[in-house]
Design a protein around this ligand. Sequence first.
Ligand code: GUN
Length: 283
Amino acid sequence: MSATLIDGKAISQQLLADVAAKVSQRSSEGKRAPCLAVVLIGSDAASAVYVNNKKKACEKVGIKSLSYEYGSDFTQEQLLALVDELNANDEVDGILVQLPLPAHLDVQQIIERIRPDKDVDGFHPYNVGRLAVKMPLMRPCTPRGVMIMLEQSGVDVMGKDVVIVGASNIVGRPQALEMLLARATVTVCHSKTKDLAAEVGRADIVVAGVGIPNFIKGEWVKPGAVVIDVGINRLDTGKLCGDVEFEIAKERASMITPVPGGVGPMTIATLMQNTLDACELHD
Ligand code: GUN
């Protein structure tokens, strides 16, 4: 058996089209376009690519984007002042500070300075807490994108055994909260997990977000399981690959996301949805 591929590109394009239609509807009602402020500090090459893609997506759906790019000598005080300015600007609906930040900056202090109703990344502890108590406001983009992807693929999460590999603030932890909200039975695995192969082997749905190429062995996957690979890793050959051994896993899974073309495009489309949601909060 070979798994059905979950086409993240197609699903994300549908989501972008839905957002574009709603933005256009706002305009016809005389309402302003949503506005996203994108902040990039330093010279991380991958971050520059991601930020560019975010700005391009804004353009595509009719969301206004404001760009703030500074060198790695930008100080904590300057960045806090910029966030304060964007918080106070009524034209700005969403503030996205691209991570990772240069090492001298205190990421958590910056995240906590962003107004929760403009925190389109959903990283502020207020938003994490809202998700934890089943009252989500702004939801982290990648985990929300995964839930949309599963729904659009006809995968019912309720009551399923979901195993998440990776406990990061950006993927694993909020993914666990999203899955709980959708009433799955959730296990979160990390570097101290005793028997990862056994945990993965009993999952109906596996979500991999560790950032290590081919870390999840294809033979661990339970026959018929759904595999969601959040990893985007660049090999020495220049080729992109996920966290899961794709070729072997796809012969066991019922559905699987490819890398590239799986979760990646969903993250940006979900960011557009979050920016629209934030704008509607500010109406
Ligand atoms: N760096 C990698 N992923 C993300 C993300 O989702 N948001 C931000 N702000 N930075 C990131």
